[in-house]
Design a protein around this ligand. Sequence first.
Ligand SMILES: Nc1ncnc2c1ncn2[C@@H]1O[C@H](COP(=O)(O)OP(=O)(O)OP(=O)(O)O)[C@@H](O)[C@H]1O
Ligand SMILES: [Mg+2]
Length: 731
Amino acid sequence: MATTAEILEELLNVEVELQDVQDQIKILLDRQGKLYERQSELNALFEDSEASGCPWDDGTAVTENWLETFEWDSQADDVRFNIFGIPEYRANQREIINAILSARDVLVIMAAGGGKSLCYQLPAILRDGVALVVSPLLSLIQDQVMGLAALGVPAFMLTSTTSKEDEKFIYKALEKGEGELKILYVTPEKISKSKRFMSKLEKCHHAGRLSLIAIDEAHCCSQWGHDFRPDYKNLGILKTQFPSVPLVALTATATKKVQADLIEMLHIPKCIKFVSTVNRPNLYYMVREKSSVGKMVIDEIVEFIVSSYPNKESGIVYCFSRKECEQVAKELRERGISADYYHADMDINAREKVHQQWSNSKLQVIVGTVAFGMGINKPDVRFVIHHSLSKSMETYYQESGRAGRDGLPSECLLFFRPGDVPRQSSMVFYENSGLQNLYDIVRYCQTRRECRRSAFFRHFAEPLQDCNGMCDNCSFSAEVKEMDVSGHAKCLLAVVHDVQENDQRLTMLQLVDKMRVKNKGVGPEMKKDELEQLVIQLILDRVLKEEFQHTAYSTNAYVTIGPLAKQVLQGKKIVMLEVSSKQKGGVMKGSKRSLASSGLVYKLDELRKELSSAHGGMFPHSVFSTQQITLLSTERPKTMEQRQVSEMWHVSRVCTSHDGLWAMPLVEKIIGKLKAQKYGRKILEEIQNFELQHPLPSDLVDEGQDGGNRSKKRLKTKNAPVVIESSEDEA
Ligand SMILES: Nc1ncnc2c1ncn2[C@@H]1O[C@H](COP(=O)(O)OP(=O)(O)OP(=O)(O)O)[C@@H](O)[C@H]1O
Ligand SMILES: [Mg+2]
């Protein structure tokens, strides 16, 4: 018999060896992570190399200097500032505008909310004649035309809703150059189906009055894009008919393959390509575990909306099915949130009504399916919640990207539970790379360590950028444990194997149920949701795989043995599962999110709603943007002539030093000359009333030198000072 000393010695040896094994596991896991990364990169590169085989894609990168001095510089600055009320260009805008004004064809890839409209609207105003804009949806067109009307730009649309009178005016303007028409919006059907329209356009061109052609949401041309529209396929005719007119194609996302497709279909082989980053630095991404009890998910959603957005800021909740949409909307309403649903089964008028109410901020939340898509142009959507996961990273990027198009901090929250995966997989498995795309987003959801943003960079094959703590994994290092579950994995494989031997199959839920019985004694007991997580993990690692079978009513997803099962069974592959001991409650930090916390912001928001309804249903965001409201409430100009600015102005992203700007009255600086003339007095009145009713509280410490400097006022609290009027620079 071994002596105590011998036992202790062996115990020590075992412990040392175990430590060694743990270290090796860690190394292997790191290696596995890196291999996944490389796998995604290689997939993206593969897509690129396929695309570059296309003869049209000559890789026309930006080689010319589009930032040099151009003869139209001062005119362009004047229009940008005095008509659009935009103090500074954002990334690539000036370059794109210069390229278009130099009569070049241009392809623009710029993230949602990046400011693509300005890129063609500004040249349209500067160039002589009429600009033609093709846009896929009526609601998008209406929004744009209304916005331009608010700026005093003569813009019209030719669609099924255009009155006879307007149509006559437009045709006359095209044919004879009569009347004021600068920008004409049409749907692609007009180009492909209306000979009359095309002949008028021809005449306009012959008279040298067709100034430019813009194709918005250009990804609709490509079958590889996410929103293919058959009528977009015929837009190649525009370049053939009007070769000398500069054509600009714009989209928020396009893989290399889609870009090549667009260049070919639109016949713009020599176009200048401007590709901006996909990063949306103002969006905070987070994933939460989704309870299997429907009511609890709703409770969490309600709690999130009510506590984070007490001022009824707008949001979207995406659901998997139409039925779910209606149910969730009903439950939100029952809990006091003004919500309604939107899906493809509704008639067009009902859909449009809901959309309008939401766009006018009369409805706080739209609960939609994927059908609530492209036409959403509301810039101040503060949160996008996914009740179920999307079918791919690309779809999630699009849907979550509807938040914060005005550049202000906004939140994207996804509720994930493994049980939702088979629901999606049985829908997408027949699509090109459908399962691979789905598994990419499942990986995004499963990780408790990796930066959420980096998954987007990888997906769009872009170099990594700093997240700045704008995702739950970066801002909350939750207590994540790694559990060796190789024993459980083997047991799962044995269960699947036995069932397969009997010519039967198991769904994920059936497998987990069976496993819970067999689970005992395999190792530390795993809860049901952990077992579900493990099954998904094994599917992602190709140890298990999904197979599908059609029945008369549905397609069922089953779990079967995958190609790497042997590795686990032979002990060559260790299976580790990330489990967090605590649910992450990660949300954006207070100062970043509570935009409308100041009473004055609320008042100015009310004013813009009032002004918008007084202008025949124009959208509130066409009157002023949320960013302009925030600036007005921090600067609080007192007269139309006041020129003094506070430090907030200097630090704000939208307003940096610009010659000439400094001499301009403050109200004009914030909302542009035109709107200052139209609405300036009302704004000043609102500010004055607010200040009378809300004299500054005594516990505000003024650290600034002048009374107008509100940016430095801080509320005294027991702990750290809290900035009460937030700016995006407080990140
Ligand atoms: N340089 C700028 N400075 C400040 N705001 C800007 C600037 N350019 C555009 N904006 C504002 O940004 C918002 C989004 O612009 P726009 O609608 O053109 O985005 P987009 O790129 O077309 O997005 P999407 O792909 O979603 O259609 C608008 O409210 C617009 O007024
Ligand atoms: Mg747009």
